[in-house]
Design a protein around this ligand. Structure first.
Ligand code: HEC
Ligand code: HEC
Length: 503
């Protein structure tokens, strides 16, 4: 009798373990992929939770609510035709689903995402394609960046302290009069510092006129005056200014403060930063797997994860050497030779994008771009600094073997066939320069990347793994509702928010 009871207990334990408890010991007999993967997870010290030990606001916090209003208002663009959300909408993966975004001078400023086109301004600045030279990255998980922001880290923490989100104002460098002349930030943390720049960029929100506003600071102070009414600014109606004052008083918990002390460029940027920092989307199937739920991801994804976390000598792709930790990025800069389409970004008027070298002016930094986080990656395409890839599969193949990917790259099949109109004039020659730099860096031992040739099946496995990094919330309009202002709110019209149509 005793023996029968004992074996019943063992049987129950076995069943329980098989159902997603701590299955390490049980699965060793049945599933070696899980075992190997658990060993990798332990070896790399992953917890699944990149938000640990961080102070992250909730979207319901008063300051994040103020930031949301500012993020959605066109009043922060000189010509009232673009807002942050024009290129970073939560329903569009925190970006815009375009290779290159269109900010100022859109044909229809209220249409976001695919179909948003640049107006033909009839002058030499318009060449038929977008004027912005780089892909708009997602604003999701802005609270998790510690090293730098932008594709070239030109907003950058001096310390990179883990968990500090860049630190306070004097810990952060930002572009001054030019990208290469950086100064200390005006505000703390990386997202708030970054928010000082789109409003001063002609292509994004500043527009090309208003010559009287001679530099970035003049634009910033003008926009703060617009919302507060300081310096006799009457761009907005009395009612709209009163609504902003109310919003700032509530958001900054200063019921008696006056407009000019409250509505400053520093407070605008730091409130926008809080809204972005509240966009924490990390509850994905992979996290659940790391936390012990063995059934959270498919067998195919597990095999992909193993390729991602295994070194070259083990037959893996070693993606983890750059896309490391629970945030899937070390924040560092590498040459990966993603095809160079678009207008380019440089000091020489070419169509090249020199990446980090635009900041440091050092040739050894040519074509280096920041390594991206892979959280929610299935929702944030097109991919790469130039948005050159329109499928997750094609960017993954590029990461495996840039030489082969560049050789096979065809802007017609990758972009134009999908209705994406972008400038591709010098794509071959510019991309060849970047690839050459990758070869030099490999020879010098600066680039840790090695080409890997995987079968189609293995590429599918990697893609299946990457798909487990998306939080279901970012795929659900219902879940994202909190991060989108309610169009029925009484101040909606007054604040001139976008009433965007979505595709
Ligand atoms: C015209 C489209 C456009 C508008 C409008 C715009 N952005 Fe961006 N955003 C971009 C592009 C393009 C980049 C990348 C630029 C680069 O790296 O050189 C970017 C980068 C960023 C980043 C850095 C993300 C990262 O991974 O480093 C953040 C955060 C961000 N934008 C927030 C904002 C905020 C806040 C506003 C409003 C104040 C705004 N953006 C307005 C297009 C836009
Ligand atoms: C040597 C460092 C390094 C390695 C190894 C590496 N990556 Fe990357 N990854 C980068 C950099 C840098 C970028 C941005 C490049 C650019 O756009 O110019 C990037 C971009 C990406 C992107 C697009 C991100 C976006 O938001 O557009 C994906 C997806 C990606 N990598 C996946 C992988 C996978 C999968 C592997 C392994 C097969 C891998 N990477 C290996 C450095 C690396």
């Amino acid at each position: 009798m005793k023996i029968v009871m004992y074996s019943a207990v063992v049987l129950t334990l076995l069943i329980l373990s098989g159902c997603g408890g701590d299955s390490r010991s049980i699965s060793s007999a049945t599933n070696s992929v899980d075992d190997k993967l658990r060993a990798k997870i332990d070896g790399f010290g992953l917890s699944g939770d990149p938000s640990k030990n961080r102070d992250i606001p909730a979207i319901t916090d008063a300051k994040a609510q103020l930031g949301m209003k500012l993020f959605y208002t066109k009043a922060l663009s000189l010509d009232f035709d673009a807002a942050c959300v024009s290129c970073h909408h939560p329903l569009l993966g925190g970006g815009d689903k375009l290779s290159f975004p269109i900010g100022a001078e859109a044909m229809d400023p209220n249409l976001l995402g695919p179909g948003r086109l640049h107006k033909n301004t009839g002058n030499s600045l318009f060449d038929g394609g977008p004027t912005v030279p780089r892909n708009a990255p997602t604003t999701f998980n802005a609270a998790l960046f510690d090293v730098g922001m932008f594709w070239d880290n030109r907003v950058e923490s001096k310390t990179g302290e883990p968990g500090a989100n860049g630190g306070s104002a004097d810990d952060i460098l930002m572009p001054g009069t030019s990208d290469s002349e950086r100064t200390e930030s005006l505000v703390g943390n990386l997202p708030a510092t970054q928010a000082l720049f789109p409003i001063t960029s002609a292509e994004e929100m500043r527009s090309f006129g208003h010559a009287e506003l001679q530099n970035g600071d003049a634009v910033r102070h003008y926009l703060a005056d617009r919302l507060s009414g300081a310096n006799g600014n009457t761009d907005l109606s009395d009612a709209a200014r009163a609504a902003w004052l109310e919003a700032f008083r509530e958001g900054l918990n200063a019921p008696d403060a006056n407009a000019s002390t409250l509505i400053t460029i520093e407070n605008i940027a730091s409130a926008i930063g809080e809204y972005e920092r509240s966009q924490l989307f990390i509850d994905n199937p992979w996290k659940s797997y790391v936390e012990g739920n063995t059934d959270a991801i498919s067998e195919e994804a597990k095999k992909g994860a193993l390729l991602f976390y295994s070194g070259y000598d083990e037959g893996g792709a070693n993606c983890v050497q750059c896309h490391s930790g629970d945030f899937f990025s070390d924040g560092a800069l590498y040459v990966m030779a993603v095809p160079q389409i678009g207008r380019g970004k440089n000091h020489d008027g070419s169509t090249e994008d020199y990446g980090r070298a635009n900041i440091t002016l050092k040739s050894e930094d040519n074509y280096k771009f920041r390594n991206m986080s892979l959280l929610n990656i299935s929702e944030t395409g097109p991919w790469g600094h130039s948005g050159a890839f329109t499928s997750l599969r094609s960017i993954v193949k590029h990461m495996l073997n840039p030489d082969e990917s560049v050789h096979n790259y065809n802007p017609y099949t990758e972009l134009k066939q999908r209705g994406i109109e972008v400038q591709c004039n010098d794509v071959e020659v510019n991309t060849a320069h970047a690839l050459e730099q990758l070869h030099i860096n490999r020879q010098k031992g600066i680039s840790p990347h090695q080409n890997v040739d995987f079968s189609d099946e293995q590429v599918d496995q990697l893609v299946a793994f990457l798909e487990t990094l998306s939080d279901p919330c970012v795929q659900s309009a219902d879940c994202l509702r909190q991060w989108i202002p309610d169009p029925r709110s009484p101040n909606f019209e007054l604040l001139q928010q976008l009433n965007a149509t979505f595709q």
